[in-house]
Design a protein around this ligand. Structure first.
Ligand code: ZN
Length: 146
């Protein structure tokens, strides 16, 4: 069993890794769902594209942006988490992530679903950062409404 400090350190490294080497950063021109998000509190910017097939499975996802490590790592991890899932499932992951950041109770299955996004649970100690972590997710919700 690792101590809280070791876990924090592990999470910090995971976040920095995604910040420095963002996954799925190619722009998806053919995507049906696109949105751009901006967090004025921190200056973070996130562009997001989602391409789904006829059955509603996410085939490709792209994200580009600039800003703090929390916002950009969250965008990168979002893409890894929802790629290959259904649009409905992506929306429920978004809901679960929001509750994780609020420190609310999550079912075991929801935690499994979030996977590495659990790394963001430390962010709840810094309320100002919650907006950074959520930006890619609110941007995705906006994209899916179009
Ligand atoms: Zn930020």
């Amino acid at each position: 069993m690792s101590t809280d400090n070791e876990l924090d350190e592990l999470y910090r490294e995971l976040i920095l890794d995604h910040y420095r080497n963002p996954r799925n950063s190619d722009y998806i021109h053919e995507a049906q769902h696109k949105a751009e998000g901006f967090n004025p509190f921190c200056g973070d910017q996130v562009n997001l594209q989602i391409m789904a097939d006829k059955s509603g499975t996410i085939e490709a996802i792209g994200t580009q942006g600039k800003g703090c490590s929390i916002s950009q790592a969250s965008a990168s991890m979002l893409t890894e988490t929802i790629k290959g899932k259904s649009l409905t499932r992506a929306k429920s992951s978004s809901d679960a992530f929001r509750r994780l950041l609020r420190g609310e109770h999550l079912e075991e299955s929801e935690l499994d679903d979030l996977g590495i996004l659990e790394a963001f649970q430390g962010v709840r100690k810094f309320p100002v950062r919650i907006k950074c972590a959520l930006l890619p997710w609110t941007t995705m919700e906006e994209a899916l409404e179009r």
